[in-house]
Design a protein around this ligand. Sequence first.
Ligand SMILES: [Zn+2]
Length: 257
Amino acid sequence: MTNRANLLSLKRLISFLDVELALSEFPHDESVNGLQIEGKGIIRKIGVAVDACEFVFEKALEKNIDFLVVHHGLIWGGIKSVRGVLKKRIKTLLDADISLYACHLPLDWHPQYGNNAQLLKLLSIKKMGEFGEYHGKRIGYWGRTSKEMSVKDFLLHIDDTLKTKSFSVNFGKKVKNVGVVSGGGWSAIYDAEEYGIDTFLTGEPSHSAYTLAEEMNVNLVFSGHYATETLGVKTVGDMLRKRFGLTVEFIDHPTGL
Ligand SMILES: [Zn+2]
C-alpha cells in the first residue's frame, strides 16, 4: 500500500514495524527493541544503519531523515544515567527531532528480513533449518552450499559478495553444511556437532571458539560483525520503501571489525 501524499505518521510506522519485525518473539532481549527516542510525528524520509552513533546521526541530519532504524540501539537493559557519550547522542537526536528505532535479536533471527536469513540468501546457501541458540532461542540458520568447496574458495565467495575481509581457522573439512550466526554469535559453535555443521560462519573472532571448533572438527569463518549485520537493516529499508513509497537511505559506517 502506498501513501499517496508520501506522509506517514510516526505512530502508524511504529505499530507496523513492531508487528512486522515480530518484536514480541524476543521479550528478554537486552536491547530495548522498538522506539527508543521519539522524534517528529510525521515521517517523510527514513534512514537505516547498523549502529546508533554520532556519525550516523550527523549523516541523518544532513540527509533530512526523520526516522532511523538501527540494529544496535542506544538503550541496553535500561538507562541508569544520561551523561557523556550517551547524553551527546540523545541530545543530537532530540535537537534534530529524529526518531530512533532499534531492532536487535529479532533482526538477527527474522526468517524474512533477518541478518542470518539474508546472509544465506546472499551466499546462495540453501536454508535447512534454525541453528544457534542464544538466550534460549535459535537466532541463526544452517544450510547447504550448492557444491562442496574448500575453505579458501568459500572465503573468496563471501568476501566477493559481502564486500568484506574474512578470516578463517581451517580444521581440514570441506565446506558443505554451514551454520550462520551474524555479529558476535561465536557461542553458537556449541550447536555445531548436533547439526552436523562442517563450517561455522559468524562476525567476530573469539578465542574461546578455537578449541571447541578444534575438538568438533568444525571450520571457523569470521566475516566481520559489521559486515554480517548490514543485510537486515538494508532489507527492512527496502521493505519500507516499497510499502510506504518513502525515500529510504542506508547510512554506511563500516568499522572493519
Ligand atoms: Zn551485533
